[in-house]
Design a protein around this ligand. Structure first.
Ligand code: PMP
Length: 379
């Protein structure tokens, strides 16, 4: 089996597996007051400190959640239910993940005014549109750091400059960016940021929301779950210590091999792009490499149907995606590709390949050969 679907989820790394077992065996509740529970509480706080350091933020600005879907929902909930909300206007990019897009559509049904920020053919948002459509009554702007279908990296610095003095909260879904793209909260104007462990070789079912403390205090941003005192009384529920500790272990393992892995992803991505252009000169790669995360490549090959190719590749032992895993099963063409100006045919024929450190160059060659066979068979 050759796995080219790391954007959907990534395999659990060795240190995360070890942490999962260790902290599952040390079963104490992190809120318990006796000494035996102390290491458990420390594991959670040490994980919080690790993520705060990585994000150039404070530990008390990190809230552990069940994953990025929850973090994204919380970001919307907190921005739109705060007592000092300046109005009912929301801006999101037109290529957001469903966990952001569907939140925005929900609030639109509740009477909020929603505008989608257009993107160019690389998936980069129109900064002038953002500048011109940002209003005094805009309460939330949500723009992802790296797109999950095509890998487009947004210019968070430029977006921060536009949003820095606005009354709107800036939420960023950084799931696909972390930890390869710098996300420094002391430099960027991001107020809310979502991460998910299973995208960087951690376990499923855990993530975090960064919430800027100055904004939280000033705007009295509401809690996600009411109940016990966990997560500073903002996200109640017994702390999933093994998951949190394993997420921190995954980060640590990633950082140890950071440069090496990043260079490897670049090699894989360049090899696949060169091979595709060579064998399929008529193919269209969605998003140029200079704007793309090296772990992602989305291509439309005329004459290949994405859905059929996916099944044929599966039978040949390759795990790839047609659109995102969260949208798969849907027969509609990807709204992300359509927003980027792709035709319906291109959107229907698109295939997403996403790499991880464990992929090998030879696997890229095997994939290219298989794609050539598929097109020769007219699949
Ligand atoms: N945002 C993006 C960009 C994603 O790729 C994903 C996962 N597909 C999510 C949010 C949702 O994350 P989770 O699986 O942790 O809920």
């Amino acid at each position: 089996m050759i796995y080219f679907d790391h954007a959907a989820t990534s395999p659990l790394c060795a240190s995360a597996r070890e942490a999962l077992i260790r902290w599952q065996e040390l079963y104490f509740n992190s809120s318990s007051q006796y000494q035996a529970a102390m290491p458990v509480r420390e594991a959670v706080e040490s994980a919080r400190a690790d993520f705060a350091r990585q994000l150039h933020s404070e530990a008390y600005e990190i809230y552990f959640t069940s994953g990025a879907t929850e973090s994204n929902n919380w970001a919307f909930f907190s921005a739109l239910h705060q007592p000092r909300r300046p109005g009912k206007h929301i801006l999101i990019s037109s290529i957001e993940h469903p966990s952001v897009r569907e939140c925005a559509f929900f609030y639109r049904r509740q009477g909020f005014e929603l505008e989608l920020i257009p993107v160019d053919t690389d998936g980069r948002i129109d900064l002038d549109f953002l500048r011109q459509h940002l209003r005094a009554d805009t309460c939330l702007v949500s723009i992802m750091a790296v797109n999950n279908e095509v890998g487009t990296i947004q210019d968070l610095e430029a977006i921060s400059e536009i949003l820095r003095n606005s009354s709107a909260l800036f939420h960023c879904d950084a799931v696909q960016a972390f930890p390869y793209i710098p996300l420094e909260m002391d430099r960027l104007a991001i107020d809310l940021l979502s991460l998910s462990a299973h995208k960087f070789n951690g376990p499923k079912g855990v993530g975090l929301l960064y919430m800027r403390e100055s904004k939280r205090r000033e705007l009295e941003l509401p809690a996600m779950l009411y109940g016990g005192p966990q997560e500073r009384e903002r996200r109640a529920g017994t702390s999933p210590v093994p998951l949190v500790a394993a997420m921190a272990a995954a980060l640590s393992e990633k950082l140890d091999k950071f440069s090496e892995d990043l260079a490897h992803l670049r090699v894989l991505s360049q090899a696949l792009e060169a091979g595709l252009r060579d064998r399929f000169p008529d193919c269209r790669i969605h998003c140029r490499s200079e704007f793309r995360h090296p772990g992602h490549l989305n291509v439309s090959i005329p004459g290949l149907s994405g859905e059929t190719a996916l099944i044929a590749l599966d039978m040949a032992g390759f795990c790839v995606s047609h659109g995102s895993a969260c949208a798969s099963g849907s027969l509609d063409p990807s709204p992300v590709l359509l927003a980027m100006g792709a035709s319906r045919d291109e959107a229907q024929s698109s295939l997403r390949f996403s790499f991880g450190a464990s992929n090998q160059l030879e696997e890229v060659d095997l994939l290219l050969t298989e794609l050539e066979n598929l097109r020769a068979w007219n699949l």
